[in-house]
Design a protein around this ligand. Sequence first.
Ligand SMILES: [Zn+2]
Ligand SMILES: [Zn+2]
Length: 120
Amino acid sequence: MGFYPCSAHGLMFKGAAEAVYPALVEGGNSERAHLRLCHDCFVAFLARAEELLVEVIAGAKGGAGDQRRCYRCDAGDTRAAVFVTAYPKGEEGRQFFAGVCDGHMDAARAAWLGADAAVE
Ligand SMILES: [Zn+2]
Ligand SMILES: [Zn+2]
């Protein structure tokens, strides 16, 4: 097992990292990241995903309609989407997604893929 700094708070930490794989997808382009988070930052990240994004429930019937709205401003004509797969220790991965409008691409990138993840 290697030692890595937490992707969110930037310092080395004890214990196993929990992983988050966020992606910002726009048409055929996607930006992806792999965040290794300490437990506290992981819990904060997951709480934010639960609050702001739509959880993908396996087997659920989905109307994609409203779920494509921008997670920040509720604009309906989004051209990008943020996808987050989180792996809590010992559990199945949980997937979340939401639309992102033009005006919130940078904010979404910073909030979900960047070093600001989990500390917004
Ligand atoms: Zn951390
Ligand atoms: Zn927006």
